[in-house]
Design a protein around this ligand. Sequence first.
Ligand code: ACO
Length: 313
Amino acid sequence: MTHSAGILGVGAYVPETVCTNQDIVNRGVNTSHDWIVERTGIHARRLASEHETTTYMSEQAARKALASAGLNPQDLDMIVVATTTPDYRGFPSVATQVQVALGAGSCPAWDLSAACSGFVYGLDVVTRLIESGGYQRVLLIAADRLSHRVDWSDRSTCILFGDGAGAVVLGRVDTGGVVATALHADGSHGSILSLPNDPPYIDMDGQSVFKVAVNCVVPSVLEALELAGLTVSDVDWFIPHQANQRIMDHAIKKLGLPADRMVCHIDRYGNTSAASIPIGLAEASAQFKSGDVVVVIGFGAGFTWGTGVILWQ
Ligand code: ACO
């Protein structure tokens, strides 16, 4: 017997420290507020302090998601954390540390690495695990702390990233839920966006990333909608990965979606990598009505990308 998987609760956490574009200029970076806004749409981002580790931010987001689902940590039978900025270089995983912090018993816990696509990759895998009947209530967190992995003298990358975490509890639902997912990767684009060991900072060919991202978003959305038996005109809410306002604007224009259907927070938080989609879900979900079609699209280093279509309950 197959089951349907849906989102039972959502939550998000962003660090307290606000870093405006002017703050970056004040750090001595040769840039300006106007340049950053015009090229990216970013006005500010949040920067994690020492105590706001990936595990800490994940735990905070998870507690809110559990509260909104009306569940306790002990109700979970799996924890998955999508991150490329774990607190330990190798192990233990963030997910196991979140499990301890939450007091979630001994359920399986593991990390997933798909860069900015991590949330959508997790959504696909966890949905299939729940559909199989093997798991019933899974905590999926996406968290990144990339401000600690940028060279603050590199003006082409340090302006882009912010820190944060978002979480959802996925569980069995009778109707609706996650009705389609479609994932892809093309490792031949690996070199255009990387986080090497040495130097341990993001290395990005911004223009190439921009082109690859623009070219994958619309086909990915159309593929997932077709799998769901839906069309663009059915979409109520569109939550793209928040990498650059121009990439997002290009996508809705090509899709023919009204601008007010798109959830945006890049102006306030910058690019929060894997966390950007669940932060968007957490902030916008109060406006969602039962039956609304919510489309989430992630894309990022690898190159990886994927779309999820959710019938909101
Ligand atoms: N302030 C002022 N000038 C800058 C800055 C800055 N922060 N950064 C670069 N410039 C300069 C460059 O040096 C260059 O100067 P030059 O003409 O004298 O050589 C000029 O601006 C143009 O540089 P480009 O790289 O061509 O600028 P572009 O318009 O492409 O914007 C940007 C750069 C914003 C990085 C853009 O390429 C982009 O957003 N690409 C997508 C990358 C992305 O989304 N990355 C996020 C991570 S990936 C992910 O999440 C999937």
